[in-house]
Each structure stands twice: as structure tokens, then as C-alpha cells.
Design a protein around this ligand. Sequence first.
Ligand code: FA5
Length: 343
Amino acid sequence: MKEQLSSLKKEFEAQLKHASSLLQLEELEQTIFGRKMGAFTTLAKQMKDVANDQKKTIGELMNTVRTKIATELEDKRALLQREEMKKIVETESIDVTQPQLPKEEHGHIHPMAQVEMELSELFRSMGFMVLDGPELESDYFNFEALHIPLSHPARDSQDTFFIKDHPEWVMRTHTSPVQVRAMREHGAPLRAVVPGRVFRNEATDGSHEHTFAQLEGLVIDTDISIADLIGVMKGLLSGILKRDVEVRLRPGFFPFVEPGFELDMRCQVCDGAGCGACKHSGWVEMIPCGLVHPEVLIAGGIDPDVYSGFAFGLGSMRLVMQKYGIEDIRHFQSGDLRFLQQF
Ligand code: FA5
């Protein structure tokens, strides 16, 4: 065993002299200490056959040889690393005139989604649930349950995308269908908002999109009045715009509320002077709203003699336009990074 260790050591030293790269050094280390075939490992496995009175001496010798080889390997590794580094420094140069590489691009949340998250948070803090509803909706929930029968002229104002061969389905034209869905699922009393996408077959312009966002609000309780409705609307606008805004309330007709209103806001883009965002009127139609029609409460399974409620349907894309002074609604879905990177 002693001779074997001594010749292993000699053989190792001869090969160490010839190792001229880190890779060769790695290979040499494997031939000595490799777990399966390493020469030293193989010898160590034979320790069990050494006579008992020899075990101590041989064991100590093995440890000495192992430590010596390991130290020499480490020293040689450090030397080779220094040499390789020196070679890199000598052969590679830095061209200080080279133009800077473009910075790594990081995405971020779309401005519409940012405001929707802010709105959801604002309403959660007022005790509202944040609900979801299907974008492909039944004609029943989109119109019938909201007191808009087939022949009703109110259908004309919401130019609908129908589904080929399935007249009973539509792309929802507003978030209001979730009103009846929410009543049926959660009953009364109820406070809920529903942010989401809606679809209309509209010719687009600065303030109209075919695919746009609304935020439906619904409160059902005993003793609900128009004062509650106005209080929540004002809280909503000042909470998001972070400033006081001038609003006006005028009568508005929606078959699912009675009475119905249109809450307009002084245009924040042009400060009332007239621009594309406000159709040059100085006012932006912001929040249609009203007290929930008794027929809609009945469709939702709620007794109109006990409960009343208010609902609103915020055009949330228009709110974002007002918040940031965006003059054309079509920017949102244009995919133009010059627009998106501003938020
Ligand atoms: C409705 O959709 C009703 N569901 C709102 C409602 C809910 C009334 C609850 C009463 C109670 P309207 O069609 O007006 O209403 O649309 C609501 C808002 O969506 C509008 O005030 C406007 O801000 C926005 N909006 C309407 N059409 C478009 C469009 N083509 N592009 C962008 N925003 C639009």
C-alpha cells in the first residue's frame, strides 16, 4: 500500500507539471479523486483489507498524501486562473467610442389597468365587493332582465355585436347585466362594483371606441336615496382625479333606473374650452346613474317593497382620459409604446 501511494504521488506530480489549462487540471483531479475510478479513491477503498496493526500508519500516510495532492491542485489552479485572466486583459480591449447599448426594457401596467386597480381599491375601502361578469353575455341579462324588451328603442343606442347563428348571445354592450347576476348570487343588502370590457358596433372617433371599459356600481339596501348616490359619485371622482371637479346632473333615460340621471364633469383636458375629448362641448358625460327600477329588483329576486338601490355605469376609459389629459380614446388600444411609456 505504501509503495502504491508513493507511485501515485510521483505519477501525479509528473502530470501536474504538464497541466497547462484549467480544463486539464480538472481532468487530472478526476483521475485521482474521481468518485468511481479515481486512483486515490480506489486505494482508499482497499483500507479495509489492511492488517489491523498497519491500519493506523497507513491511514495517516493516506491523509498526508491526500492533503498534499489537494494543496498542490489548489495552488496550480490559482496559478492557472491568474494566467488566464492576464491573457484576457492582454488580448481584449474596451472601445470607449462604441455607442451605448440600449437599456433593458421593462414592461409596466397599462394606464387603464392602473386606474381600474385604483378604483377597485377605493370601492373596497367603502365596503364594496369587486365582481366580474362574462363578456359573452345572454340577451336576457344584457337586455331583458334590465327591462329592455326586444322591441325597445333603448337597444338602438347600444349598437350590439351579435354572435353568428346564436341570436340569444351578445358581446355585452355594458357592465349592467352583472347587476341582476349579483342580486341573484348575493341577495340584499348589496354593495358591488364591476370593472370590465364592453363592446359596441360603433364608428370610432376621439371619444368613442368599439371596445371600451366601464365600471358598474350597485348598492341595494333599505332607505337608499338620491343623496347617497350623489355622495358616492363625488367620492369616486375626487378619489381618482385627486382634485375637486365641477359636475352637473341632468335627467337621463335608462330603462333599468327610475329616475335616471347623467352626471357630467367639466372637461379636465381643455378646462371647459372644448376639445376632442369632450366633443367640443366643455362637458364630458361621465356617470349615467339612477335608482334601480323595481322590475330589475324583481328580476334579481329582491323585494322592491323592502329594498331600493342605486346603480351607475362609469365610462372608465373617459375617466382615465380626464385624469391624464389624453385627447384621443384610440391611444389606449393602439399598442403605441410612445403613448404607453408615459404612464
Ligand atoms: C350604459 O352603458 C348604462 N349601462 C349605464 C348605467 C348603469 C346607467 C347603471 C344607469 C345605471 P351608456 O351607454 O351611456 O350607459 O354608457 C356609459 C358610459 O360609457 C358613458 O357615459 C361613456 O362614458 C361610456 N361610453 C359609452 N359609449 C362609449 C364608447 N363608444 N367609447 C367609450 N366610452 C363609451
